[in-house]
Design a protein around this ligand. Structure first.
Ligand code: UDX
Length: 451
């Protein structure tokens, strides 16, 4: 009872306004709310979360003056950089107002911010509030990002084409070509941004959406170099399973279609919320799926095909050829899809959330990384956890058809599926009583209560 009365109740969360970042932050909010904390989400107007989907949270909209963001250009990194330059003063003002109005029983315990929303750390410090960073990509990605800085300083980057397949010492199984470069910014800008995003100045701890059983040695390596405690408490979506923070409307009709398919027969195809492709790649995927003879559920997100407005862009004759065997949606309830018995494989861009969701579904993957951390994830999926195969060359229908058959029909795929089930069980253990994620979450709560 006393503990309850002493509990510092309110946490202010600052998500980065993109789907792959909003999801883990709001999932974290749901988890911490279930532990008795009040949650305030400070957010941009751009990609604003839907308050009615989170009736237990308060929302603190930050006034916007950003230029319109054109997501089809995909220049997300520049956008985030600009956001950091523009939001500091606004966040300071809004948070100071909230603090003026707060009562003793509702004081702000700390600010928890997405790793790229660095201005929050500075504001928290100015207002004498503790802060904690949430890292939403894998630990391996973080290590690879810090290695970019080191390799650049040592003159290994930029590297010649002849080195692209070489393994990087200390970063097995990553090759130079797997480093998480951005397609959106120059190397010089990337280096500047990475040194900001990876550097913690005043925050008290790091929350990581990963799991000790997946990344034990990498996490240990990072903890050795890090002054503050790290809490790997993932997979957040599994612990906060009830919440949805989709920016696009989920088309749940695909679940009824999945109900009609046989066990493990469907290949689910989705490339997340920011990756894009051109018409030629779309056509190759379409005919690869058609020729594989396998049932498929395919997400073709509006704006994801360069220079077109989707569904009509599917090649002529494709729908007639595949008929009832295929189902196409603009946006799926992905967590439910990957948990469905009919789904037996995931053809993915390997965003970190998708990777964790696939592992939790025990689903092996065909990896087609597009940029940044997706390359690192694909390498771990195929070479370390061995629950997927990677398509590395230019997308071609024959190769796609072959990959689908390898994954869905052949012995190789069966073995990957067995390993995926084992991985899933390990993750389940980590969030259960006495598991690593559960223990880390308890330690995190202790730290927050000590502020
Ligand atoms: C981005 C980066 O691309 C990714 O590499 C990084 O790790 C996080 O930020 P995104 O590309 O959207 O994210 O990929 P991902 O991390 O997989 O997140 C996508 C989220 O959208 C997942 O939680 C997924 O469940 C959800 N989703 C995707 C849907 O709910 N429906 C869909 O149809 C597709």
């Amino acid at each position: 009872m006393e503990r309850q009365q002493m509990r510092p109740l309110r946490l202010v969360l600052v998500p980065c306004p993109f789907q792959g970042h909003i999801n883990p932050m709001l999932q974290l909010g749901t988890i911490l709310h279930s532990k008795g904390f009040s949650i305030t989400v400070a957010h941009t107007q751009f990609n604003s979360p839907n308050p009615s989907a989170h009736p237990d949270f308060s929302f603190l909209p930050l006034p916007d003056t950003l230029p319109d963001h054109n997501s089809s250009t995909g220049d997300l990194v520049a956008f985030v950089w600009e956001l950091n330059a523009n939001y500091k003063a606004r966040f300071h003002e809004c948070l100071a107002q909230v603090m003026e109005q707060q009562g003793l029983e509702d004081r702000i315990a700390c600010v928890i911010y997405d790793e790229v929303m660095c201005f929050s750390e500075a504001v928290a410090m100015e207002l004498k509030l503790p802060s904690i960073v949430l890292r939403t990509a894998s630990a391996a990605t973080f290590l690879a990002r810090t290695s970019i800085l080191q390799l650049k300083a040592e003159g290994y980057i930029p590297f010649p084409e002849s080195m692209s397949q070489d393994l990087i010492p200390e970063l097995y199984p990553l090759r130079f070509k797997d480093l998480p470069f951005s397609v959106f910014v120059t190397l010089e800008d990337l280096v500047q941004q990475l040194s900001t995003f990876t550097n913690i100045r005043t925050s008290s701890a790091i929350i990581w959406n990963t799991i000790d059983s997946l990344e034990k040695s990498t996490l240990a390596k990072i903890q050795q170099q890090c002054q503050v405690p790290i809490f790997p408490i993932g997979p957040l979506h599994e612990i906060a399973s009830a919440s949805s923070s989709s920016l696009l409307e989920e088309d749940s009709s695909c679940l009824a279609w999945l109900d009609k398919q046989s066990y493990n027969s469907v290949i689910y195809v989705s490339f997340g919320s920011v990756a894009f492709m051109d018409m030629k790649e779309l056509a190759e995927i379409a005919w690869g799926l058609a020729n594989s003879q396998q049932p498929f559920l395919w997400v073709v997100r509006p704006g994801s095909i360069r220079g077109s407005e989707l569904i009509e862009v599917l090649p002529k004759g494709f729908k007639e050829t595949t008929g009832e065997r295929g189902y196409i949606v603009k946006w799926a309830p992905q967590k439910e899809v990957l948990a469905h018995d009919a789904v037996g494989g995931f053809f993915s861009h390997c965003g970190w959330n998708s990777t964790l969701e696939s592992i939790c579904g025990g689903i092996p993957m065909i990896c087609r990384p597009c940029f940044s951390d997706q390359r690192v994830n694909a390498r771990y999926i195929s070479q370390v956890w061995m629950v997927g195969l990677e398509l590395e060359n230019e997308l071609q229908r024959g190769e796609i058809e072959r990959a689908i058959r390898r994954l869905m029909v052949e012995k190789e795929g069966k073995e990957m599926r067995e390993r995926a089930k084992i991985l899933k069980e390990k993750v389940e253990l980590s969030i259960g009583e006495g598991g690593s994620s559960k223990n880390s979450l308890n330690e995190l709560i202790e730290i927050i209560m000590s502020f």
